[in-house]
Design a binder for this molecule. Structure first.
Ligand code: PBG
Length: 327
């Protein structure tokens, strides 16, 4: 026998020992399930680039939320699919309290007050330009956009939702929204800021789901350059100072270093958005039989948690919960 002072394999010799030394666990408590909401009744349309993910009308969203609650998923991020004819330059529908999205949010909170409901604050689903901010002569205006986001945030807060998710990347939006909320008595509505949101190729399936792709250009003047990490620290410092309750990194898988960076430098809870393209890659490879989809999805979620994410927004949430239940 060779004399070895350390044999790390001893801690891997049985399932029981492996469980004892396991450092990281993903549970349903950590997950937020994004849901795409359609207008109408009894509508269920699969997103072509996201097998297993559907656009659902309000009645079916209520069923979905109930099923997920029974599986232990208690947090949801709801996004509206807006018909092209209802989009305009100023995203008017986003703060029309009669719009189906805002009515649906009220209904969900009424039926499931215990569910944690998050919404998205950005103009793109409602904008005829398909940009997150107001467009003038091909430019995305910052301060003028804030006023629209303020109205949108207020209209969402009035439905009783729990967390606002500004995903627009305009400067100063967290502070601006916090002030609007507080001035209107919504001191309990939280802000999960998309702090380090990168101009990424991984969002395409989401834009298919919402038909929200930009009509011209790209989002590089407001979303971050994938080459940068120190810039994430600037965004994190500002969001923290402006009153964010959570900091988010998006996408997640190609940005694990950014998750770790924010985790090591902030005491706020860190969220990671395991975005649409990350989901689609796994599903596509699994459909071809090239990967075990369930196994790699779990491994991906684990990597985000290990990197420091306290919370993961993921399209795998429901499947993950079903797999846990089966075990
Ligand atoms: C809207 C928004 C996007 C996502 C969340 N909110 C798309 C974008 O910024 O273009 C992407 C989510 C995903 O890909 O799963 N501002």
């Amino acid at each position: 026998m060779i004399q070895l002072s350390h044999r790390p394999r001893r801690n891997r010799k049985s399932a029981a020992i492996r469980a004892l030394v396991e450092e990281t666990k993903v549970t349903t408590d950590d997950l937020i399930f994004p849901i795409f909401l359609l207008d109408g009744k009894n509508q269920k349309v699969e997103v072509a680039s996201m097998p297993g993910i559907f656009r659902l009308s309000t009645d079916l969203v209520l069923k979905e939320v109930e099923e997920c609650l029974n599986l232990g998923i208690r947090a949801f991020d709801i996004f509206p699919v807006v018909e092209e004819s209802l989009k305009d330059k100023t995203a008017t529908k986003s703060y029309d309290s009669n719009f189906f999205y805002l009515r649906a949010l009220r209904e969900v909170k009424k039926q499931f007050p215990e569910a944690c409901i998050m919404t998205d604050v950005a103009m793109d689903p409602y904008s005829s330009d398909g940009h997150d901010g107001l467009v003038e002569d091909g430019n995305i205006l910052n301060d003028e956009t804030l006023e629209i986001l303020g109205k949108m945030a207020l209209a969402q807060a009035e439905t009783g939702i729990d967390i606002l998710g500004p995903s627009d990347m305009m400067d100063g939006r967290v502070g601006y929204l916090r002030e609007v909320l507080d001035n209107n008595g919504f001191t309990d509505v939280s802000i999960m800021s998309y702090t380090a949101k990168y101009a990424s190729g991984f969002y395409n399936p989401f834009r298919d789901a919402l038909d929200s792709a930009p009509k011209f250009g790209d989002k590089k003047t407001y979303q971050m350059n994938p080459a940068n990490s120190r810039e994430a620290m600037i965004e994190a410092a500002l969001d923290t100072e402006e009153g964010a309750d959570f900091l988010m990194v998006k996408p997640a898988l190609a940005y694990l270093d950014i998750i770790k960076l924010l985790k090591d430098n902030s005491d706020l809870p860190i969220a990671a958005y395991n975005v649409s393209g990350e989901y689609s890659m796994v599903k596509a490879a699994a459909q071809k039989g090239w990967l075990d989809g369930e196994r790699v999805a779990k491994e991906m979620l684990l990597s985000m948690k290990r990197a420091g994410a306290d919370i993961i927004l993921t399209y795998f949430a429901k499947e993950f919960a079903q797999a846990v239940k089966r075990q």
